[in-house]
Design a protein around this ligand. Structure first.
Ligand SMILES: C=C(O[C@@H]1C=C(C(=O)O)C=C[C@H]1O)C(=O)O
Length: 358
């Protein structure tokens, strides 16, 4: 290795880092001023729509100037900077569906960064309780998986609690088979969450593990914890879950579809302003008469609103619909339709539409 060449390059990196540090500190001073203005006006500190606009602008600039970073890299860098900025203004605590290492934990960390504090909660209802009693500023809950559908507990809580969806996060879900066993045939039982077994059926059959006892438990990460302690056990769990409990990974990406995604909602107690690229979620209870659903959908159609999801759901014996559509609740056309149906509709929140859709 050319030692002089290496030293010269490292010196260049050092001086770039010095400039970056000075610029980030300069940025933080301005964030502080924004924070002071918000404190005066009572405005929300976290503004996902503004953060998205910054990332969109930087991605465009990066393309135009032939920069080598892709969107994921720009997001990783800047979402962390934003999270640090917000935490300097007001420390953020985030309640997520645990345990540590769960997919919901990953979704939470992706959005709130390394400086936020995280509270692992064992039930979805517990998360709603934590946020509505202001013990946590944000909650992160799963809402649907591409193979297993909607998460009933989350719908029930969205109906019951007066909290808002302020952002959505979509994660690609990958499972591993992790075990202390050296050979597949030594595996006598597998622990995982019920829906994870469903998502890996073909894989289990292909490797001859479909007849082995499957023990469903409440989380995939807990599955790794149990499997590490019990001889002859394996876990279907996320990569981070296996690492967290030092359980060797035998197979990666064992899910049956290569499009396995979970969508999460971030909930809090404030409403977002429009970003120009939003989605809105509502719950609707239709009157028990012919044509009620049809008329509702007709009004949406006539207002030029694009429905992106409609799922029926039973709560306490009554059928309600969970509906997503493009647009913000304050957009003129949306506002009018919602007003017309206000008796039957609960608006759950308007939030920036994710690119990675489910
Ligand atoms: C500084 C602000 O507050 C937060 C931090 C942001 C940032 O660091 O750029 C952007 C949006 C907000 O989540 C702002 O609203 O501009």
């Amino acid at each position: 290795m050319n030692e002089d060449g290496l030293l010269e390059l490292r010196n260049k990196l050092d001086s770039i880092d010095n400039e970056l540090l000075a610029l980030i500190n300069e940025r933080m001073k301005i964030v502080h001023q924004v924070g002071a203005l918000k404190a005066k006006s009572g405005g929300a500190i976290y503004r996902p729509e503004r953060e998205k606009a910054i990332i969109d602008r930087l991605e465009k600039l990066n393309k135009e100037s032939n920069g080598s970073l892709n969107r994921a890299a720009i997001e990783a860098l800047f979402l962390e900077i934003f999270a640090i900025s917000r935490n300097i203004e007001l420390p953020e605590n985030v309640a997520y569906l645990g345990p540590e290492g769960s997919f919901t934990h990953q979704a939470a960390e992706g959005r709130f960064g390394a400086m936020s504090s995280y509270i692992s909660i064992s039930s979805i209802k517990g998360i709603f309780r934590e946020v509505s009693t202001k013990k946590a500023r944000f909650g992160v809950v799963p809402i649907e998986n591409s193979s297993n559908g909607i998460v009933t507990d989350t719908i029930n809580c969205l109906k019951q609690y007066d909290l808002k969806i302020i952002a959505e996060v979509v994660l690609d879900i990958h499972h591993t088979l992790a075990t202390n066993c050296d050979k597949i045939k030594d595996i006598k039982r597998i622990y995982s969450k019920d829906i994870a077994f469903d998502q890996c059926r073909k894989f289990l059959a292909n490797v001859g593990l479909d007849e082995v006892e499957q023990i469903p438990i409440e989380s995939t990460t807990k599955a790794a914890k149990i499997a590490v302690e019990e001889e002859g056990s394996a876990a279907i769990c996320p990569h981070v879950g296996a690492k967290l409990h030092n359980l060797p990974i035998l197979f990666e990406n064992i899910e049956d579809t290569d499009n396995n995604k979970t969508r999460f909602f971030i909930i809090s107690d404030f409403e977002n302003a429009s970003s120009g690229n939003d989605k809105t979620s509502i719950l609707v209870k239709f009157a028990d008469r012919q044509g009620a659903l049809f008329e509702f959908l007709k009004d949406f159609n006539e207002a030029g609103i694009n429905l992106t999801k409609i799922k029926s759901h039973i709560v306490e014996g009554n059928s309600i619909f969970f509906i997503d559509f493009d647009g913000h609740k304050d957009d003129e056309n949306v506002k009018n339709v919602l007003l017309k149906h206000s008796e039957n509709v609960k608006v759950l929140g308007s939030y920036v539409k994710e690119i990675n859709d489910i």
